[in-house]
Write a protein that binds this ligand. Structure first.
Ligand SMILES: Nc1ncnc2c1ncn2[C@@H]1O[C@H](COP(=O)(O)OP(=O)(O)OP(=O)(O)O)[C@@H](O)[C@H]1O
Ligand SMILES: [Mg+2]
Length: 295
């Protein structure tokens, strides 16, 4: 689906972006943004926007209703296009590539970043588009009669909030904790370095003990900075020759969270269980928890 977004993105001009932005603004107030508001926010006449609205609907970036008035709302794909547009404008990225990961709550793409001041080679990076709140969005679509209900836009806020949380925590942890470096952040999207190596669950390690110790050392450093990952597993750890990198942070909690201890223990048990299952390594939960907590 994201391939579509890229193809589609290339067909958009500045006026199309202005219209999508206008609808984004209007969605703060209503589920279906009245066409008059789109005109107001874009400062364009009905004649100028109407054929573009049709084009954007055909490209599946927005949807529309005629009942009880002519109104528009953007889809996640329209929102993706706005974030991409911002990254291109800021010169954070110059090209977008393939989809490299789809999670339950995100879509991850490869992209190219031009070197700073034009020196050196273009670098590969990734863009992670958050997709939280999608379920409620579909539910909302099912009940599309309810206009003026504030719940309707929860997906925009849920995805935005998750991206902001993830961007903030990555910046806080980097570089002491081994996480991909954050390069840019806009709306529901993050641009970051490509994690080195391959995902733990897809890799056969020659020295599993060393990697397991390394992971707990990273969790210890993370904890010392006041963060608990809260979704640790072999699916969120990259391993490479010299170490590990931990990804996927939006659900992190702080040690003051009412379930902090439980979540930390669960993180640690997940790792212990994985190394036991795959490599028959034994380590004790209690001692490892104490180690991670620096006790
Ligand atoms: N920095 C990165 N470098 C390389 N690949 C990445 C990076 N970030 C994410 N990915 C890829 O995208 C996938 C989804 O990313 P991530 O785990 O952050 O999102 P998610 O939607 O929260 O996943 P989950 O299914 O665990 O909820 C990862 O499994 C990985 O394959
Ligand atoms: Mg993940």
């Amino acid at each position: 689906m994201i391939d579509e977004v890229i193809k589609v993105f290339k067909q958009l001009d500045n006026k199309d972006i202005r219209i999508l932005t206008g609808i984004e603004i209007g969605m703060k107030n209503s589920e279906w943004v009245p066409v008059e508001d789109v005109m107001k926010y874009t400062r364009m006449t009905y004649d100028h926007i109407s054929f573009r609205l049709k084009k954007l609907a055909k490209l599946k970036l927005l949807s529309f209703t005629n009942i009880p008035y002519e109104g528009y709302q953007i889809y996640f794909e329209g929102y993706d296009a706005l974030a991409l547009h911002t990254f291109v404008q800021r010169k954070t990225i110059s090209a977008v590539g393939n989809e490299i990961g789809v999670g339950k709550e995100s879509v991850v793409l490869e992209a190219i970043k031009e070197p700073e001041l034009g020196l050196g080679d273009p670098e590969g990076v990734v863009i992670k588009f958050h997709r939280e709140g999608r379920t409620s969005f579909t539910q909302v679509k099912r009940n599309r009669g309810h206009i003026g209900d504030r719940e309707h836009v929860s997906w925009i806020y849920a995805a935005r909030l998750a991206a902001k949380r993830e961007a903030d925590v990555i910046s806080k942890l980097y570089p002491e904790v081994s996480v991909p470096k954050l390069i840019d952040h806009n709306r529901h999207a993050l641009v970051m370095d490509i994690a080195k190596g391959s995902l733990l669950y897809r890799t056969r390690l020659e020295d599993p003990q060393w990697f397991m110790d390394e992971i707990f050392q990273q969790l210890k450093m993370t904890y010392s900075k006041g963060i608990i990952h809260a979704d640790m597993s072999e699916y969120n750890i990259f391993v490479h020759e010299e170490g590990v990198q931990i990804i996927d942070w939006p659900q992190y909690v702080e040690p003051s969270h009412p379930h902090a201890d439980e979540l930390l223990e669960r993180d640690i048990s997940n790792i212990l269980a994985y190394f036991k299952r795959k490599y028959e390594l034994e380590a004790e939960l209690e001692g490892t928890v104490a180690y991670v907590k620096g006790q």
